[in-house]
Ligand binder design. Structure first.
Ligand code: DP6
Length: 352
């Protein structure tokens, strides 16, 4: 009996131009194009290993050491698409083992707490699709495979690429042109850094899938967002990234986060993802930018209260001086600085 195995990792991505709304919930087709930055493999990622063998008698999935159901339509859609691509190969080359007919054992592990309120489904589906594609030796490009990951979770399609990534919404009803494409690699703008401020690790009240459809059906502001605001920003943000224009990138990121949360508030009944601490962080970031007289840091919030900050490496110490002083004790950060550095940060804040 032979067992065939493949493994891969996929990092979390954080949208800077948000996906919010589906035009087709079945195929997971969005109402707007979006852009994200994929975090580094060393930070938040899912590691997935898949095995197949003629002797396996059922598909199984283990996530972080716990057996989970594979019954969800989303997971089934991904498995079905991957198996049918493999089957096409087997039809054309009869010498290939019939993996498409064999069961799969899937083991997945996140290197971050799932409860931290961070999008684990994006990295999870991306890793699942890429690991199986690797096992099946599928010749499809990452963009082609991203269409499969998209059916698992919309934002997952962007985690198939590193760096700066666009998810083009596409126009076709069958979703064949709704896929992720790279905008720039991390090497092209390596100075960019991201920090996550975990405000709350409580599971979100309104899951994104449900929240976005409430917005689609009830918010008037949403229509303005998808018709007039996001299409323009999509082009502007890609240009800002390619030109390494941090000010433009940061302003668009903050405005888009605010616009997305405004449509949540405009939904009926309203959806609140940010809490008072999130709002304090927004004010703090604007204060930091005002203090330095230039935009050196941006915030963005997904469907929860946690903030993701984007900034350039050269500004890290300045920014964290403020944040550290204000929030005093955020686990892990203080350890990054020496005591004299921390004291100088305090001084900077007092002067401010
Ligand atoms: C606010 O990708 O989790 O993070 O497609 O229903 O699985 P489904 O939704 P999901 O939504 C992500 C929403 C967001 C914005 C973004 O990542 O673009």
């Amino acid at each position: 009996m032979s067992i065939h195995i493949a493994s891969t990792t996929a990092p979390v991505n954080i949208a800077t131009l948000k996906y919010w709304g589906k035009r087709d919930a079945d195929l997971n087709l969005p109402t707007n194009s979006s852009i994200s930055v994929t975090l580094s493999q060393d930070d938040l990622r899912t590691l997935t290993s898949v095995a197949t063998s003629e002797s396996f008698n059922k598909d199984t999935l283990w996530i972080n050491g716990k057996e989970e159901s594979l019954d969800s339509k989303r997971t089934q859609d991904c498995l079905k698409d991957l198996r049918s691509l493999r089957e096409e190969m087997e039809v054309n080359d009869k010498s290939l083992p019939r993996f498409s007919q064999w069961k799969l054992h899937i083991v997945s592990e996140n290197n971050f707490p799932t409860a931290a309120g961070l999008a684990s489904s994006a990295a999870g589906f991306a890793a699942l699709v890429v690991a199986i594609a690797k096992l099946y030796q599928l010749p499809q490009s990452m963009s082609e495979l991203s269409k499969i990951a998209r059916k698992g979770s919309g934002s997952a399609c962007r985690s198939l690429f590193g760096g700066y990534v666009a998810w083009e919404m596409g126009q076709l009803a069958n979703g064949e042109d709704s896929m992720a494409v790279p905008v720039a690699s991390m090497d092209e703008w390596p100075e960019m850094k991201a920090a996550i401020l975990v405000v709350s690790d409580v599971k979100k009240d309104t899951p994104s899938t449900q929240g976005m459809q409430l917005t689609v059906h009830t918010s008037d502001l949403f229509k303005e967002r998808i018709n007039n605001v996001v299409p323009r920003r999509f082009e502007e943000m890609k240009t800002a990234i390619r030109n390494k224009n941090f000010k433009e990138f940061a302003e668009l990121t903050m405005k888009d986060s605010n616009s997305f949360h405004a449509t949540c508030l405009d939904s009926y009944p309203p959806i609140f993802y940010m809490n008072d601490t999130s709002k304090k962080i927004i004010r703090l970031i604007h204060s930091i930018n005002e203090f330095f007289g230039e935009v050196i840091v941006a915030y963005t919030f997904d469907a929860g209260p946690n903030a993701v900050l984007y900034y350039l490496e050269k500004d890290e110490a300045k920014i964290f001086a403020f944040i550290y002083t204000l929030l005093k004790k955020v686990e892990g950060w203080a350890n990054k600085y020496t005591e004299p550095e921390l004291q100088s940060f305090e001084k900077l804040f007092v002067e401010y």
